[in-house]
Structure formats: C-alpha cells, structure tokens
Unconditional design. Structure first.
Length: 299
C-alpha cells in the first residue's frame, strides 16, 4: 500500500538468505488501486535469484491482499509471510522450515525486533517494544498464536479454502487472529522458531502514542470478539472483567505517571487501552487502520 521503498528493502533482505533455493516463488501483492508498487516489483524481479509473481489487487484491505497472494500459490506446500515493513535475517526462512519439520507444525512463528527511528526519544523504547514480538529463547511448540507477519504455514491445512483470511477484517485488521482462533479449535499445531528473526521498521505515522493507543484498543477487542463469535459467554465475561481491571489500574497509573510523556506513562496507557478494548468489543467500534482508511490517510 504505497510503500515501494519498504517493499524494495524487504525483498532485498531475501537476496541475502543463507539458502535462496528454499524460495520456490515470491508473490508480491500490490494493494494500491493505482498499482504504485508495480515498477519496484518489476525491477526487483530482474535481480532476484528466484521467480517473482507480481499481482495487483485494487480492492483495498489486508485480508484481500493476503487471500490474493494465496490464490497465486495454490500449489505450494508452505507459505511464508513477510510484511513489506519487515527485513528478514539471513537465517529467517531456514529457521522456520527447520522448526516446521521438527514438530510437523501447521503454523510456525518467529521473533520480531521493532525499530522506530522517527519516534519521540522519550517514548521510543515503548514504541519499539510495541512493534516487537518476543517468545521463548528456544524452538518449541506453542499453546498460543501470534500475528501473521513473520510466519510459515502449511498451505493445505492452515490455509485451505478460497478466502482463509476473513474479508470482514479488511479495514480493521485481526484477520490473522480469526484464522488462528479457528485453527486452534481444530487442533492445529503451533510452533516457535527462536532464530527466525525479522526486523520491523515502524513508519513515522505509526511511531507515536496516538496510533499505539488505537492499535492497543483493537488488540484488546480481539479475545472478547473471539469469545463472542464462538458463543462462549463465560469466556466473554471473563475477558470483559479482565479488561475492566486493566482499564482502572493501568489507566490511573498512566495518568499518575505523565500521561504518556514518559516511558512508564505511555506503557501504562497502552495497557489501559487494551483493557478498554476488551470492554468495548462490539461490532462497529473497531478502529479502521487498513485498506480504504489507510488509502485515505495517504491521499
């Protein structure tokens, strides 16, 4: 979505993989109606050590983009996801594949190091921590899921069907949470590849407290919405009770420690926003951060 410089950086990180032969095909999905990534993608295709498929999906939305990419990799055994704001480490793909083989996992997740050079200095560690993903120090099976960015999935078990990512989440995100919640109920096997590092570069419009509070609110809505969609009333009540506690405790703490002007205050406000999301999980209250909303912001 209008980030050709990020796309170039992400793809070039794949040139330095320890085993580029592990990449059977790279699918690049351009989700800008004006196809602004095409020139960059075509130029990269001339340099890559593996075949590149460029696809234009003019209907904006993060689920649309992911589903479109999958439609052009229907014959693959495994799909690895690298977002265009991420930079793969040299051992990234091999680490994911090794862990998948060891545990016969349906989905493998890797760690993310967040970077936010444009964030305000006083809260930069909080911003970078928000965009980071930490997990076990060793490869292992998981009892939970993470996000789709920096993951490897079995194509025909984890990603079956024409639209495994729910298009109702096109503007709000969370399409991966919905998928993984369904896979968990089906008994899918999740694993963690401790050495499959990527670095995520937070752009300036996301490297601020206002954006983090919106994302935290949406993140908080996730477990409550999942429980409600499955008709799990007891779980919904529990998540809402947890959210109420987070809102009160962390909200008061955030107000008392600088209202987001300090690292401690910003961190507490983010936690309180997650709590508020657990309480206000109702449809229609989701922040719209992707797709048409992102296009409007960039226009």
């Amino acid at each position: 979505m209008r980030r050709p410089e990020s796309l170039d950086r992400a793809v070039r990180s794949l040139f330095a993989l320890t085993d580029t032969h592990a990449v059977e095909r790279l699918v690049i999905v351009d989700n800008d109606p004006q196809a602004t990534a095409e020139a960059t993608a075509r130029a990269l295709a001339l340099e890559t050590p593996f075949p590149v498929t460029y696809v234009h999906q003019p209907q904006t939305g993060i689920a649309n983009a992911r589903n479109t990419g999958l439609a052009h990799a229907s014959d693959a055994r495994f799909i690895a996801f690298l977002d265009d704001d991420e930079i793969a480490s040299a051992n990234w793909l091999q680490a994911l594949l090794d862990v998948q083989k060891r545990y016969d996992a349906d989905v493998v997740f890797g760690p993310i190091e967040g970077k936010a050079p444009d964030a305000r200095t006083s809260i930069r560690p909080v911003v970078e921590a928000f965009f980071s993903r930490n997990g076990p120090d060793v490869d292992t099976l998981l009892a939970r899921s993470y996000g789709c960015g920096n993951s490897l999935m079995k194509r025909h078990t984890a990603l079956n069907g024409d639209t495994p990512f729910q298009v109702s989440a096109n503007q709000t995100g969370g399409e991966d949470d919905i998928l993984f919640a369904r896979l968990e109920k089906q008994g899918a096997r999740f694993a963690w590849a401790a050495q499959a590092w990527v670095q995520e570069q937070a752009p300036s419009h996301r490297a601020n407290l206002a954006y983090l509070l919106q994302r935290a609110f949406a993140r908080g809505q996730g477990p409550s919405q999942t429980a409600a969609s499955h008709g799990e009333i007891a779980a919904l009540i529990r998540w809402m009770a947890i959210g109420g506690g987070q809102l009160v405790v962390f909200g008061l703490g955030g107000i008392g420690t600088g209202m987001g002007l300090t690292q401690t205050g910003a961190g507490l406000l983010i936690r309180s926003a997650e709590g508020l999301g657990k309480l206000l999980w109702f449809s229609g209250l989701e922040p719209k951060l992707y797709g048409a909303s992102e296009l409007k912001r960039r226009s």
